[in-house]
Design a protein around this ligand. Structure first.
Ligand SMILES: Cc1ncc(COP(=O)(O)O)c(C=O)c1O
Length: 478
């Protein structure tokens, strides 16, 4: 090597695909979570640590779940539970899930256990299903803001592109509420994607919605299904918050509809992470009547199986209707509503309105008046300032929101922590809003720049909001 010549970086030996995956940026939600993991709040051992109001977890019912999980009927182990089992999910578990969802999703006829596939979480459902429905470069329509994790789940395996259907807070003449989805918006986004040469294969809907917390009215749901049918699109229906509904709004599961316009292209997912507060147990299910789709997902299910003992315990759990109906669901709903009220009242006192919601574990809060300017850069600055106060919440940018200044706050945590969250937020907004940002922001600046949802998002107009997906070739842009 000649003097002064820099040593070449050793070849890490990855394939082009591996290098693409290694080089893909973590989303903002994951980055926030990583920071929290390094310095988590603990009332006794780390009271100055980060309070996590950013990750969508239900921590409200651990006491009653624990009580149920240590009952004698859970302590069962037979050799078959430690052996390889049906990749689709143990039959008796699928039977319990089918009975449970027939009842709780109000299906008009009994759901067939053979139409279910059990995987290790809904992330795995997104990854496998999108891989078998789309080819790399294909697009899926998705109303924004939306749960940003879907981007990586559909891209890392399958190479799919989101085609945004942007929703805004301003209510126009044709609309009755903020961030309202309409069929016209779906049609426009679909048409633009085609004009940009994107083959759109699917429509993804989340109901109850994450992060908005609202619920699709039955009529809109049917219109969306008709829209998808007209354009021969698959519908991936994520109902992971189906039973975390606490207002007086009626929730309509697609499983409850008497008929579907295109049953072979309509796929449903649900899991234990949110409605049962068990995201650590990693179980999600896909329900589809499409035999070929099941066959293909089932091949990939080899990589995404759930442990036999977990499937057994969850079968017992679902079977105990008396406990679910008289203890778990009423307690969970009551605690969710209480927690939501406390947080919403605390935010209201600070002059922060939230979108009216009746499902999910979070509120979608309007911090626009606290932004120095109506830009995503100002949104990021505010996020860092709040983090400086050791409070993690999620900026709208993490959900590909097209309007800066919205944040998602998860309320499904203990009342003590909610009050502490309000206190830290108050302190920051009242006393420190004009102070320079804490030094950790500078240290983390490099993280910001490679963010999948943000890189060129900063200081941009809505027109180029999605260019930050450096790994994605095309995105329908508005
Ligand atoms: C809408 C939505 N879908 C899917 C998931 C992932 O669920 P799981 O824990 O089952 O992988 C989440 C997690 O936050 C979510 O909010």
């Amino acid at each position: 090597m000649a003097d002064g010549e820099a040593a070449a970086a050793p070849d890490p030996g990855l394939s082009a695909r591996g290098a693409g995956i290694a080089g893909s940026a973590k989303g903002l939600l994951q980055k926030g979570f990583d920071m929290y993991v390094r310095d988590p709040f603990d009332a006794a051992h780390n009271p100055q640590g980060i309070l996590n109001f950013g990750t969508s977890e239900n921590k409200l019912c651990f006491d009653i779940i624990q009580e149920r999980l240590v009952k004698p009927d859970m302590a069962y182990l037979e050799p078959h539970l430690l052996q390889y089992s049906d990749t689709q999910g143990i039959k008796s578990f699928r039977e319990e899930i089918a009975k449970f969802l027939t009842e709780y999703a109000k299906a008009p006829t009994a759901l067939d256990p053979d139409h279910f596939i059990v995987l290790n979480g809904c992330c795995a459902v997104f990854a496998t299903l999108s891989t078998v429905l789309c080819d790399p470069g294909d697009g899926y329509l998705i109303p924004t803001p939306y749960y940003g994790g879907i981007n990586s789940k559909t891209w890392l395996y399958g190479g799919m592109q989101p085609v945004h259907v942007p929703l805004f807070s301003e209510v126009t003449n044709e609309e009755s509420q903020p961030f309202q989805l309409t069929i016209e918006k779906l049609e426009t986004a679909h048409q633009r994607a085609i004009e940009q040469g994107i083959r759109v294969r699917a429509l993804i809907l989340i109901n109850p919605h994450n992060p908005l917390g609202d619920i699709y009215p039955a009529q809109l749901l049917k219109e969306c299904l008709d829209f998808a049918h007209r354009h021969k699109l698959h519908v991936i229906m994520d109902e992971i918050y189906m039973l975390s509904v606490y207002g007086d709004t009626t929730f309509t599961s697609i499983l409850s509809l008497e008929s579907l316009p295109d049953p072979d292209r309509t796929h449903f997912m649900w899991g234990f992470s949110k409605d049962f507060g068990m995201c650590g147990i990693r179980v999600g299910v896909l329900y589809t009547r499409n035999h070929e789709v099941r066959k293909a997902v089932n091949q990939l299910a080899v990589f995404h199986g759930c442990p036999g003992p977990v499937q057994y315990v969850l079968s017992q759990f679902l079977r105990d209707r008396e406990w679910l109906d008289n203890v778990f669901f009423p307690t969970n709903k009551r605690r969710l509503k209480e927690a939501q009220n406390i947080l919403v009242d605390g935010l209201a006192e600070m002059g922060i309105p939230v979108l009216k919601s009746s499902g999910g574990l979070y509120v979608w809060a309007d911090f626009r008046k606290f932004l120095k300017s109506q830009t995503f850069e100002a949104e990021m600055d505010l996020w860092w300032k709040i983090l400086g106060e050791k409070l993690l919440i999620s900026p709208g940018k993490a959900f590909c929101c097209y309007e800066p200044g919205w944040f998602r706050l998860v309320f499904s945590d203990s009342i003590d922590k909610i009050y502490l969250c309000i206190q830290r937020l108050q302190q920051m907004l009242r006393d420190k809003i004009d102070e320079p940002i804490a030094s950790s922001h500078e240290e983390n600046e490099h993280i910001e720049l490679d963010d999948e949802t943000s890189a060129n998002y900063i200081n941009t107009s809505v027109d180029d909001v999605s260019e930050g997906y450096s790994h994605l070739k095309k995105i329908a842009v508005f």
